[in-house]
Design a protein around this ligand. Structure first.
Ligand SMILES: [Zn+2]
Length: 109
């Protein structure tokens, strides 16, 4: 990876980090417990369904955020951009699409 490519990946990581942080704030807001007296039965059921979907999205966003934070710390290490399983270089396009990835496309599948 060239240093220009590395900078591009780093910018992508920071943009993703900011986006995810914002997304987590929003999801935490919508998954907050709501008092049952405030709604009728149908609204309550609807809210329970949406809540579980949002909770899953929140968990996924948090996992991704942790991965990105880890990747940002490692970006200047010589091993950054290499697959943790086979040691081969991870493709630049893959890193740009998924900057938190630690495996090459072969090992990830
Ligand atoms: Zn690999």
């Amino acid at each position: 990876m060239t240093s220009a490519q590395k900078t591009e990946v780093k910018h992508k990581m920071i943009a993703e980090l900011n986006r995810l942080t914002q997304e987590i704030v929003t999801l935490e807001e919508v998954t907050r417990p709501v008092s049952a007296e405030d709604m009728d039965e149908i609204t309550r059921m609807d809210s329970i369904v949406h809540k579980s979907v949002n909770e899953a999205a929140l968990a996924a966003a948090k996992t991704r955020l942790a991965g990105l934070e880890y990747a940002i710390k490692r970006i200047d290490e010589p091993k950054f951009g290499c697959c943790i399983d086979c040691g081969e270089k991870i493709g630049f396009a893959r890193l740009l699409a998924m900057p938190e990835t630690v495996r090459c496309i072969d090992c990830a599948s």
